[in-house]
Design a protein around this ligand. Structure first.
Ligand code: MG
Length: 293
């Protein structure tokens, strides 16, 4: 009854998926797709095509894909803040920006301690208005994803931008911090390290704007963990080499959505937030699930 797109590893996975649904390929003209964000007021999904230096827009109502912004500063990860504004991580311009309702950009962070950031990768907002982002070196290690430049900071950190604008380092010991997401109660911040071998997913306790020592949740069997999201029940839906892996909050692998290309990132969308949008190398896919995000 489940289509071949799904691989059930643990029977608990069956409660999260739907029978007779297929994975739709919505677009296949990108080069390396990343950073999807669903904008409910516009019924569209924005996603980055990093090497092509552009952000694309999928219109959920008519299925059309068009260019939203180019050049995009080799933008990568996005998130929507609680006022519905899109926050972007930009590789080339080495900054985190927010698009205001009137269209202009506000720079939230471009340096730390007087030194330029590496290349912000992924971003999430907490309910207190703080913005948390990762800063690996992928956007300054090749021309393909930005521009080859030296790291001024000399480390690859995770940062928190306080609502006052102050930027602080919350993690400094990962090889390449990448995707990140809070648990629903915001007591845990999950962070992917796509530079460790194997690539790892870690969980940190959040308290007073700081993180405690990390706990290993899962190691990628092959490929890397990049972007991921947490569903309403706390399951982790993460990118992987062979598709999307669904893990429990403690890292047990429940099942997979098989995608025929490496997946970099994903997000829940649709008016009911029950449609998982998946950025997989050159293509954008989507699938309806029996869980919301
Ligand atoms: Mg990423």
């Amino acid at each position: 009854m489940y289509t071949d797109w799904f691989e059930v590893i643990d029977p608990r996975f069956e409660a999260l998926i739907l029978p007779n649904v297929h994975v739709d390929q919505l677009y296949d003209g990108g080069r390396w797709l990343e950073g999807p964000v669903y904008v409910p007021a516009a019924r569209h999904l924005l996603f980055s095509d990093i090497p092509n230096n552009r952000v694309l827009r999928f219109n959920e109502c008519d299925g059309a894909v068009s260019v939203f912004e180019a050049p995009s500063g080799f933008a990568n990860g996005h998130t929507l803040d609680r006022q519905g504004r899109v926050i972007s991580c930009e590789h080339l311009t080495r900054r985190v920006t927010r698009r205001e309702h009137d269209g202009h950009l506000t720079v939230l962070a471009d340096s730390y301690d007087g030194k330029r950031l590496n290349s912000p990768n992924d971003v999430v907002e907490a309910s207190d208005g703080s913005v948390w982002f990762t800063d690996p070196t992928y956007g300054i290690s090749t021309e393909y994803e930005g521009a080859r430049l030296d790291s001024e900071i000399g480390s690859r950190n995770v940062y928190r931008i306080d609502p006052s604008g102050a930027v602080s380092v919350v993690l400094s010991d990962l090889v390449q911090p990448n995707g990140l997401a809070f648990s629903w109660d915001e007591k845990i911040l999950y962070v992917a390290d796509s530079g460790s071998k194997p690539s790892r997913l870690l969980a940190y306790t959040v308290s007073g704007g700081k993180l405690s020592a990390g706990r290993l949740i899962a190691e990628a069997p092959r490929g890397i963990f990049d972007g991921f999201r947490i569903d309403r029940h706390g399951h982790i839906w993460t990118s992987a080499a062979d598709g999307v892996h669904c893990l429990t909050a403690d890292g047990d692998l429940l099942g997979k959505i098989r995608i025929p290309a490496a997946v970099a990132n994903l997000t829940f969308g649709g008016p009911a937030r029950n449609r998982l949008y998946i950025c997989a190398t050159r293509a954008l896919y989507a699938v309806y699930l029996n869980v919301t995000g």
